[in-house]
Design a protein around this ligand. Structure first.
Ligand code: AMP
Ligand code: MG
Length: 313
């Protein structure tokens, strides 16, 4: 289990520092890439009335939702910036990204996956009028570019982590698979089984989940996507979004999502002020874990947030 800084041996501290160098290069590369592609960089928020319902999502496992009262109002810590992205992208920021802290009190048994933290960061982005094709282009460009740069500029670090050879530079375009096809081939545990088999990142599309992902009203097919990386698993989730009031309300009612928690979003949708968009969120610590070949996601966090364990910092 990952230990806090003050309990690491000299050798473990040296490894932590090396992972830190790769992490810094990753953040530097990604933020530059998004800025150069015309994205506005929004600073994140932590407390809001409205945040991601994380429901229904087959992958979600939240033990507790953090809510508190300020100025007589109930606010929640950010589960993801999705609601903020939809509003920002529809109004002042047609191409945006953010490095957003997500607080998700995952069930404690998730410490064993080595892939869940209870605080982590998403590089979340959204494009007005966007499509899977556009998002795919952006993501595949940054992932391949990043691995390429790290293998040149962080060669020594990757070597000391025994990762230089194991981390192949992925070849774009990445394969796209439909979830129905994947379930047929691998069964209900498709995510872990597919993850073990692939040598390059793979997209899985058409995954039933939260109301804000677009679902074709006639075919029922979801225009959403996850990116899986070899050996580790899901590093990104994204979608084209719903923007029409009637459809959003119908899905909230179908899924038992409390409409009062999304009052502003619904008000904007009712006024036809939500715009079609597409985007995604990359789990930064998961991406770095894959890049460095981490044993546990907490290893790439300066202050590990492992489900079930609360350190001083
Ligand atoms: P989601 O919208 O729930 O798919 O979250 C977006 C991305 O955040 C995922 O694709 C992961 O890369 C990352 N993520 C989600 N939950 C966690 C977690 N508990 N710990 C670390 N990263 C996470
Ligand atoms: Mg996901």
């Amino acid at each position: 289990m990952p230990k806090p800084l003050e309990r690491l041996s000299e050798e473990e501290l040296a490894r932590k520092r090396v992972i830190g160098r790769v992490s810094t290069s990753t953040l530097s590369f990604l933020t530059r890439a998004f800025v150069e592609q015309g994205f506005d960089w929004l600073l994140p928020v932590v407390l809001s009335k409205s945040t991601d319902p994380l429901w229904p999502d087959p992958g979600a496992s939240i033990e507790k939702r953090v809510e508190t009262e300020i100025y007589g109002e109930t606010v929640r810590t950010t589960l993801s910036m999705i609601v903020h992205k939809l509003v920002a992208c529809s109004t002042a920021y047609p191409r945006l990204f953010s490095l957003s802290p997500n607080v998700r009190i995952e069930k404690r048994e998730r410490s064993a996956t080595g892939w869940h933290a209870y605080e982590f960061t998403q590089l979340d982005f959204e494009v007005r009028g966007g499509s899977f094709g556009q998002v795919r282009g952006v993501v595949e460009g940054v992932v391949t570019g990043l691995v390429d740069v790290l293998k040149r500029e962080r060669r020594d670090e990757l070597m000391s982590l025994s990762r230089l050879d194991g981390l192949g530079t992925p070849r774009a375009p990445f394969k796209v698979m439909d979830r129905e096809e994947v379930v047929e081939e691998y069964g209900a545990e498709w995510e872990s089984r597919l993850t073990k088999e692939i040598d390059d990142p793979v997209w899985v599309t058409n995954i039933p989940r939260e109301f804000y992902d677009f679902q074709d009203p006639v075919s029922g097919v979801w225009d959403n996507y996850d990116l899986l990386v070899p050996r580790y698993g899901e590093v990104l989730s994204g979608a084209r979004r719903e923007w029409e009031y009637e459809r959003i309300v119908a899905k909230m009612e179908r899924d038992g999502v409390k409409k009062e928690n999304f009052a502003l979003l619904l008000q904007l949708a009712a006024g036809r002020r939500l715009r079609p968009s597409a985007g995604a969120g990359i789990g930064v610590e998961r991406l770095v874990s894959w890049l460095v070949g981490a044993r546990h996601i907490g290893e790439v966090q300066p202050f590990p947030k492992v489900p079930g364990t609360v350190y001083d910092l």
